[in-house]
Every structure is written in C-alpha cells, then in structure tokens.
Design a protein around this ligand. Structure first.
Ligand SMILES: [Fe+2]
Ligand SMILES: [Fe+2]
Length: 190
C-alpha cells in the first residue's frame, strides 16, 4: 500500500467513514478528531507508520484488510462495525507522538491503549458489545498483562477463556498484517 499524501489519505479515510454517517454521535466524533492531531500524527515513533499521516494510513489499512477478510470469508458483522473498529481502534494514539521542531517524533507517555480508544469513542458513539470486544483485544497476546512491556489490559486467561468473539482474532490479524505489510511499504518495505 502506498502512502501518497496526508490529503489523499484523508480523502480515503472520509470515504471509509461514509458507512458510519447515520450512526448516532458519529459526526461529533469526527468533529472531535479535527481538534486533535489524528490526521497528521504518526502511528509510532520508529515502527509502522512513523511519518506524517501514518496513524490515519494505518487506520485505513486495518479497516480495509478487516473488511476484505470479512467479505472473503462471509463473516457476520456489519460494514459499519468493521469500519468503526478499523478506523478508530488506535484513536488513543492521538497526542502521543508529536513532531518536534527538528522533524523527529516525540513521545508523550499515556497509560493504557485499547481501553483508552474505547473511552475516546464512547464519549460520542455508543459501541456495541461486539465492537468493544474487537477493540479491547486488538493487540492479541501483546496486550496481555503477563507479557506487555507497557502493562497490558487483560490477562492471558481472559483472552483464552473469555467470551471474546472469534472476530477479535480476525481483527488482531488485520492489525498485525496491516502494520507489518501495508504500513511499511511506503518505507521501501521496512
Ligand atoms: Fe493498537
Ligand atoms: Fe493498530
């Protein structure tokens, strides 16, 4: 996947958002995004999407990979939920990776990850139980308290034996696939 420009990527993002335009609170969520650095922020300091617009690029990639998997395998979930989870699962990264004056990427420590994304979205849009699960477990085993260098948000037991829908695993795969393959291609495959 090629990243062309912030403008082009925003066009792609807004297109992906179309299916959500009737969702209660969604216009307010978009308005909130405009007050943050979401559209220009990188997705990380030195890993995937570490460039201007990288977070939006990653979000578009995850949403589209997840959408394609759902279509290809006839999985039962609405396109609305697919796009909401894909486009906003990492909204917690807004304000975390500010560009410094020299162009390098800074880091503002914030606690939590997926649960913070749920918190941000829920200020405007009421998430379904399934959407909450998909976003909560999107880090897969990387988000387990037992492994995570940043603390984690759930236990291994919870992710192995909890009621989390198998779509959480498909979404985690989409997130990994997008960050390892699609997000990287604009950086010569790194
Ligand atoms: Fe994430
Ligand atoms: Fe992600």
């Amino acid at each position: 996947m090629k990243f062309e420009s912030v403008e082009k990527e925003k066009e792609r993002f807004m297109n992906n958002c179309l299916v959500l335009k009737e969702r209660k609170g969604f216009p307010e969520l978009l308005k909130f995004l405009e007050t943050t650095d979401f559209f220009e922020a990188p997705a990380s300091t030195r890993f995937h999407g570490c460039h201007k617009g990288g977070l939006m690029f990653h979000s578009n990639n995850v949403a589209e990979v997840f959408h394609n998997l759902v279509k290809e395998h006839n999985l039962e979930i609405s396109t609305e939920s697919v796009m909401l989870c894909g486009l906003f699962h990492d909204i917690c990264k807004t304000g975390m990776y500010p560009f410094k004056e020299d162009g390098s990427i800074g880091y503002v420590k914030k606690t939590g990850h997926a649960l913070r994304s749920i918190e941000y979205i829920s200020k405007f849009v009421e998430l379904t139980g399934e959407e909450k699960e998909i976003i909560k477990y999107h880090m897969g085993y990387y988000g387990c308290k037992e492994f995570s260098p940043w603390g984690g948000e759930y236990t291994i037991k919870e992710i192995c034996t909890g009621n989390n829908n198998f779509l959480t695993a498909v979404f985690h795969y989409a997130d990994m696939f997008a960050s390892r393959i699609y997000d990287a291609e604009d950086k010569d495959g790194i």
